[in-house]
Design a protein around this ligand. Sequence first.
Ligand SMILES: [Zn+2]
Length: 239
Amino acid sequence: MSNIPLDDLIEAAAGCRVLHAEGHADMTLGHLSFRDPHGRGVWMKRSGIGLGEVAGPEDFVLLSFEGERLAGEGRIHKEWPIHTELLRARLDVNAAGHSHPFYATLFSSMDLELEAVTNEAAYLGPRVARFEETRGLIDTQALGASLALALGDASTLLLRNHGVLFVGATIPEAVLMGVFLERACRSQIELLSTKQAYKATPKSELFAKKEQILDPNLIENFWSFYKRKADGGRSAAAA
Ligand SMILES: [Zn+2]
């Protein structure tokens, strides 16, 4: 196959390792994908290895929007329709992840709104979507389409008793949304456990705060930081 987007594949592999390092590890579960720049479909992490074991381009498969393998070796995660349907529905989104981070999955079971008690929660924007049509795998195109509908224009979603979905215009943006969501859920759960009164960032300020953080320079700084951290503190220049 020609036209392999090597730079994007290297970034997506780094994104998987960042997710592993930031609380998204769950055995060999969890996946990250991005839109093929040539319009052929979706490049998705292969099944059978953990997020932290994703080394490079060889750990991705290219799927058409109908789920046919077009390139790449290895098994395909059963939840591939999450990625194909989401990227079909949201033309502003070019990267998406699904995983089972501990705190966010606990939070998905609670009948509570995620409040912006920390910066991370504010960066997620005014709305974290919810999905409860099933607690099972999103393994059909109909369920994938339903999940995309539930996400609407949000960047993150909690799947009740299952895990999370996070998306972005770029691979770094999607991964950072996943990282922020887990940190935000952890913050609120730990804060609630103190049983102390607290205040959150007012809703009226959330949109502006998200815009502040989605500054491309800051995203790039955070992305470089998390990649260095995930790969053992090596400098970005040396990596
Ligand atoms: Zn899942």
